[in-house]
Design a protein around this ligand. Structure first.
Ligand SMILES: NC(=O)c1ccc[n+]([C@@H]2O[C@H](COP(=O)([O-])OP(=O)(O)OC[C@H]3O[C@@H](n4cnc5c(N)ncnc54)[C@H](O)[C@@H]3O)[C@@H](O)[C@H]2O)c1
Ligand SMILES: [Fe+2]
Length: 383
């Protein structure tokens, strides 16, 4: 067996209603001044109310930093760090989607640290000790609660990653009740993002490993079996819980067997056109997987067996059945199917392709090499 390493969050709690008891856990961690990092949508949905009441009952000081925006820019992280320092916060809770969790990770890392944000981009550049950190996902999702990475939008339209084991939280808390009100189109896009994490982890060229493989398969099984129900019957708690667990398993998989071409080509779409992360992945998924088919047919066939357990036939046929299933998913779930629908035209493609080639951190994981001409063709195919 090829040697490999696997890292994940050390405590994962799956419990309906657990967020409303969060203060009890925080008291056990001996923290006295807590900052919850979230966004206006999560606050407006009323998701923090029970949690905040619990803190009040136990007399633990708590503040809410709710300035997070999608694809968080550096300025938001810097102002969050400043707020945490002013407060003297001794514990950070990320409560929301990937955007809120990523911002919480960086605040916990840098609020009590000599290092500046600009110094921690890249792999293992972060040093020192972070504040205690709990992550509570309300989308299913990015899996950020179990990944050692935070994504920041730098400048106008570039994304950079901070990758460090310090970003793995002390606790990931999966409370499916929080996801009941997630709108159908967000459920669809974030759910497809999680499916892409599972698929790209399974085909990851450099760091594919047996633990990630098992997790990726189980994740795809859960996600594909529940995404339609979660979108159509949002109050189905069992489907919601399966989605949340599926996105967490996919997160554990890709945290150790990193994602590739779909994410590399999706990032410029998100950064330049403010298309949500999950949707931009969904838009690029079909073209990139078909491009990869030449080199990843057997792996896609193995994944097809998870989605269609009764399917038979040659690997080529099974692989194609997976790709066809994924191709139809966006339409079935009622989200955009083409780049044009999100305002992108042929004239934008050279810039997008150029930007995608800068995502070398991701491109090196793709099962088939992607060159500039390939990226251009893949965007054209997705128009
Ligand atoms: N760290 C990682 O491993 C990782 C992986 C993938 C993506 N990301 C990053 O995560 C971000 C995307 O995260 P996301 O897709 O979870 O979206 P998001 O965090 O940007 O949230 C999307 C929207 O959904 C709303 N929302 C969230 N939960 C809700 C709920 N339960 N009910 C009602 N509304 C709710 C939010 O208010 C927001 O408007 C991007 O910045 C992306 O780069 C990080
Ligand atoms: Fe993603």
């Amino acid at each position: 067996m090829k040697a490999f390493e696997f890292h994940t969050t050390k405590s994962i709690i799956v419990e309906r209603g657990a967020a409303a008891q969060l203060a009890d856990r925080i008291r056990d961690m001996a923290c006295q001044s807590v900052m919850i990092v979230s966004d206006p949508g999560v606050v407006k949905a009323g998701l923090l109310e029970a949690t905040l009441a619990n803190f009040k009952n136990l007399n633990i000081h708590v503040s809410v930093f709710a300035d997070v925006v999608a694809d968080p820019p550096e300025a938001i992280i810097l102002s969050g760090i400043e707020a945490a320092q002013r407060q003297g916060a001794d514990c950070i809770i990320g409560f929301g989607g990937g955007s809120s969790m990523d911002v919480a990770k960086l605040i916990a890392l840098l609020a009590n640290n000599e290092q500046k944000l600009a110094e921690v981009y890249g792999v293992n550049a972060a040093k020192g000790q972070r504040l205690p950190l709990v992550l509570i996902p309300t989308t299913a999702g990015t899996g950020s609660e179990v990944t050692a990475i935070a994504i920041v939008t730098t400048g106008e339209n570039e994304k950079k990653g901070v990758v460090s084991p310090l970003l793995l939280p002390d606790i990931a808390l999966l409370d499916a009740e929080l996801t009941i009100g997630l709108p159908s189109h967000v459920t669809a896009a974030t759910g497809i993002d999680a499916m892409v994490h599972a698929i790209e982890a399974f085909t990851s060229k450099r760091l594919k490993n047996p633990i990630s493989d098992s997790l990726a398969k189980d994740a795809l099984r859960l996600l594909s079996a529940n995404i339609h129900t979660a979108c159509q019957h949002g109050d189905n708690i069992q489907a919601r819980e399966n989605m949340l667990l599926g996105s967490c398993l996919a997160g554990m998989a890709f945290a150790n067997a990193p994602v590739g071409g779909v994410h590399a080509l999706a990032y410029p779409v998100g950064a330049r056109f403010h298309v949500p992360h999950g949707l931009s992945n969904s838009l690029m998924l079909n073209a990139v997987l078909r491009f990869n088919l030449r080199d990843a047919e057997h792996l896609y066939a193995e994944l097809a067996d998870v989605v269609f357990p009764a399917a038979a036939g040659a690997p080529q046929i099974r692989a194609l059945s997976l790709l066809n299933y994924l191709k139809d998913l966006a339409g079935e779930l009622g989200i955009a199917k083409s780049l044009r629908e999100v305002g992108i035209s042929e004239d934008d493609i050279p810039q997008l392709a150029e930007d995608a080639m800068k995502q070398s951190r991701l491109l090196i994981n793709n099962p088939r090499e992607i060159h500039l001409a390939d990226a251009t063709a893949l965007y054209k195919e997705s128009l």
